[in-house]
Design a binder for this molecule. Structure first.
Ligand code: DAH
Length: 366
């Protein structure tokens, strides 16, 4: 055998030997191969193709020898070179095709969507139960002609106490009850502060409610949190009497809890109102009977009444302090806490739930 033919045999042998590493996987159609491994193999196969068929490959070298072979052997040699080349290229192309289609189907499998699976529910956000309750109350008062007033949470002692006729030495002023900032400002301990600011700004007549956060130095427990919500109401006009106050509070509670709801006033004391009262309403659970399902009602503890807030006729000192002539105008005010209402409404035994933002709790109010 001529040298050239031997050389060709050697080229083919070395190709076959090196190709071995692909042939097993090819035989199995790459079954079970990981996508990443298949992609790596495809890259190696590309390099392998360059090495065995590229310009610098042994077979390309052999092509160049064709011209140098003796003329009588040239045709035969040329044929052999072509067939070796065809074999090499064919094996590589076959492997590439098969590997490519394997990769394609592996990718399709990975990205496949099972259209028969049920969809995942998208939960949309919703209002906090405290906000829902506030809106309900606001809607009722707005329908009675009240405007909604909002004001600052950090106040001076003047607005938090003095202007509300709370004398120096009154227990509410003590720093063990009120939060003070380093600059001597108070975090408002009641929304009654908004009465003052609103009267100063707008004068009389005025009809507002002021919902907002208030702050007191209470240790958190089931019924106390150092931050909570109040709604303040204020109505000042000519000839306003306690009957208007009773009528307004009664009407609001009837719209809140139903037509049959009754309201009762008990004598009370607040520095900013005179006379003052505390107001209760008949229990919505036992309809004021004190009994529910043949046992003592748990909502009103058997009394038939639920205590809600304070109210009264605005003290002349308060009106005058805001520049309103108490001989011309009179007014009533009331205030109550929202957490207590929410706790009773939703039968919560711990108002801290309202502040923890645990979505398992909040979701129930969707
Ligand atoms: N500010 C009172 C409190 O925090 C509630 C209150 C009582 C408000 C009587 C009033 C009122 O406007 O007239 O307990």
């Amino acid at each position: 055998m001529s040298d050239e033919k031997q050389q060709l045999e050697a080229i083919r042998d070395s190709f076959e030997k090196e190709f071995d590493r692909f042939s097993d996987a090819l035989k199995d159609g790459f079954r079970g191969m990981k996508l990443s491994a298949a992609e790596k193999l495809a890259k190696e196969l590309g390099e392998f193709r360059v090495k065995h068929t590229g310009k610098k490959s042994p077979i390309s070298g052999a092509m160049k020898l064709i011209g140098r072979v003796a003329p009588e052997q040239r045709a035969d040699f040329g044929k052999t070179v072509q067939s070796v080349r065809a074999r090499i290229e064919g094996r590589i192309a076959e492997t590439e095709d098969s590997l490519k289609s394997y990769i394609r189907s592996a990718k399709t499998k990975r990205e496949a969507v099972d259209v028969t699976l049920p969809g995942r529910r998208v939960r949309s956000g919703h209002l906090h139960p405290m906000t829902l309750l506030r809106h309900k109350i606001e809607d009722i008062f707005v329908s009675m002609g009240y405007a909604i007033e909002d004001d600052r949470e950090i106040e001076t002692d003047h607005y938090n106490f003095d202007a509300l006729n709370i004398p120096v030495g009154h227990p509410a002023r003590e720093s063990k009850d009120t939060f003070y900032t380093t600059g001597g400002f108070a975090l408002r301990s009641q929304t009654s502060t908004v009465q003052i600011r609103a009267m100063e700004r707008r004068g009389a007549p005025i009809k507002i409610i002021a919902p907002g956060r208030v702050f007191r130095r209470d240790t958190p427990d089931q019924t106390h949190t150092p931050v909570f919500h109040q709604i303040e109401g204020l109505c000042v006009d000519t000839d306003i009497t306690m009957a208007h106050l009773k009528g307004t509070v009664s009407e609001w509670l009837r719209r809140m809890y139903g037509e049959e709801t009754k309201t009762r006033f008990r004598p009370g004391y607040f520095p900013f109102t005179e006379p003052s009262a505390e107001f209760d309403f008949s229990c919505f659970k036992c309809s004021g009977t004190g009994e529910f399902e043949e046992a003592k009602c748990g909502t009103c503890r058997g009394s038939g009444w639920i205590e809600l807030g304070g109210c009264g006729m605005v003290h002349p000192n308060v009106l005058e302090g805001c520049g309103i002539d108490h001989k011309v105008y009179s007014g009533f005010a009331f205030g109550f806490g929202l957490e207590r209402m929410a706790a009773l409404m939703y039968s919560l035994d711990d108002i801290r739930l309202m502040f923890e933002n645990d979505v398992r709790f909040l979701r129930q109010f969707y």
